[in-house]
Design a protein around this ligand. Sequence first.
Ligand SMILES: Cc1cc2nc3c(=O)[nH]c(=O)nc-3n(C[C@H](O)[C@H](O)[C@H](O)COP(=O)(O)O)c2cc1C
Length: 197
Amino acid sequence: MEGEGSRRLVVAITGASGAIRGIRLLEAARELGLENHLVVSEWAERTIPHETDYRVEDVLGLASVVHRRDDQAAVISSGSFPTRGMAVVPCSMKTLAAMACGFADDLIHRAADVTLKERRRLVLVPREAPLSSIHLKNMLKLSNLGAVILPPVPAFYTHPRSLDEVVDHVVARVLDQFGWSWSRARRWDGRMQRSPD
Ligand SMILES: Cc1cc2nc3c(=O)[nH]c(=O)nc-3n(C[C@H](O)[C@H](O)[C@H](O)COP(=O)(O)O)c2cc1C
């Protein structure tokens, strides 16, 4: 996709554990020179200071544009505002359920609804463990509607040396879904460390 909106990404951070992944996505988007439109849920505002060293204001400062979650008149509430798509990182089971039902109660749900109806890329990084059948059914429904379900499962084939590397690996995979390559995360290079005996 080229043209207006091709380097524009909607990012939502919700109240599931792993707020740092959404924050790193915003930092990566800045490094890549993307225009990111951010919406932060009420519970993300609670998990951000609880789980990370960031203040909510610092996170908002990473966005190109910040939208209030109760502003249903924001540009990202309309399909006529072109974007490459939307990433919900992390995605709570509540937000997942709202999206699966098309229940556009706040701007995060509405922007996701718009992304789906416009057949744009919707990438969800759901976080819960264990997963109930309700969670799994909602993920299947959204996947069948075209959303990409990208759980933050660590890969060990890159031999991560820190939690930062584990986080960045998922962020890079999210960006890959939009066709943006972020050089900070390592890719599988086809070479095994040791040959089997
Ligand atoms: C510290 C903390 C961690 C949480 N972790 C999760 C989680 O991993 N997954 C989840 O679905 N909800 C989690 N929750 C619950 C959500 O924050 C809660 O369901 C909230 O209503 C989600 O709303 P939102 O999607 O609008 O952010 C957590 C809550 C707290 C306080």
